[in-house]
Design a protein around this ligand. Structure first.
Ligand SMILES: [Zn+2]
Length: 261
């Protein structure tokens, strides 16, 4: 088995909560009940055990991760204990920035944005779409890999089991809302309301097409459109303006829970 007991490991700083989310999948379902120890390091050399979870949990929120005031990159690694053998993972890091100077500038921009967003913005949950993982057995043809139906409740329409990573709570600003009125749905022919919103976001972690932004006041769920224009290039595109479209209430993404544990 070696060290490759985890796959799709993500380390996602949440600037809204001032925490860090870790998520992972297991390479082998027989490891589900194993113990997973989570270690953290400020320098990649000295490690501190921060918690122990059941491996199948798939996600962990590090509340000791002060993402807003960080002065150093944090590193994480995992130890899996299976039948009294110990396996050690590689090292994971939440951000890949070129230098401490760049990180300092990013921190400054993020802090300034957050001040505005906390007062004049909206509290949202961000659901990052899975782009790899175990193919959904209910809607993916195992032979061709083709998606067989659009609205699937097993994978929430993504083609991968569970579909989305655990929610990240944060703040955004609504820049623009456009109501296109009633249009005909391509499949059913039913009339549906088409509403588009442009959000200004802190682009860490990077948003991708298919990600979902949940307005926590109304539970309206907006999906990030495939084509994006990042207004603020350079410096890792820290701030982005995202075009999104409101999902219909019968979309499987509405069955995704927002609790993380
Ligand atoms: Zn499916």
């Amino acid at each position: 088995m070696g060290a490759a007991f985890l796959k799709d490991v993500r380390v996602i700083p949440s600037y809204g909560n001032n925490t860090c989310y870790l998520s992972w999948d297991l390479t082998d379902s027989r490891l589900s009940s194993s113990t997973l120890r989570i270690f953290k390091s400020a320098n990649g050399a000295e490690w501190q055990l921060i918690d122990e979870v059941v491996a199948v949990a798939g996600a962990y929120e590090d509340v000791t991760h002060n993402v807003r005031n960080r002065v150093a990159t944090y590193f994480y690694k995992f130890e899996l204990i299976h039948n009294s053998s110990v396996f050690v993972s590689e090292t994971y890091s939440p951000i890949q920035l070129d230098s401490l100077r760049e990180m300092g500038i990013v921190n400054f921009i993020v802090n300034e944005e957050l001040k505005y967003m906390r007062h004049g913005g909206s509290h949202v949950a961000v659901l990052k779409i899975k782009t790899s993982g175990t193919p959904c057995p209910d809607c993916v043809d195992p032979e061709t890999g083709q998606r067989l139906k659009e609205y699937c409740s097993t994978c929430h329409g993504t083609g991968y089991i569970n579909g989305y990573y655990p929610p990240i709570m944060t703040y955004v600003r609504i820049l623009n809302e456009k109501n296109e009125g009633l249009i005909s749905d391509n499949d059913s022919g039913a009339k549906i309301q088409k509403i588009e919103r442009t959000f200004r976001v802190i682009n860490i972690p990077f948003y991708e097409a298919g990600d979902i932004i949940v307005d926590l006041k109304t539970d309206d769920r907006y999906q990030v459109s495939p084509l994006q224009k990042f207004e603020f290039r350079g410096l890792s595109a820290v701030i982005a303006h995202l075009n999104t479209e409101l999902l219909n209430r019968d979309h499987p993404a509405y069955s995704l829970l927002l609790q993380t544990s």
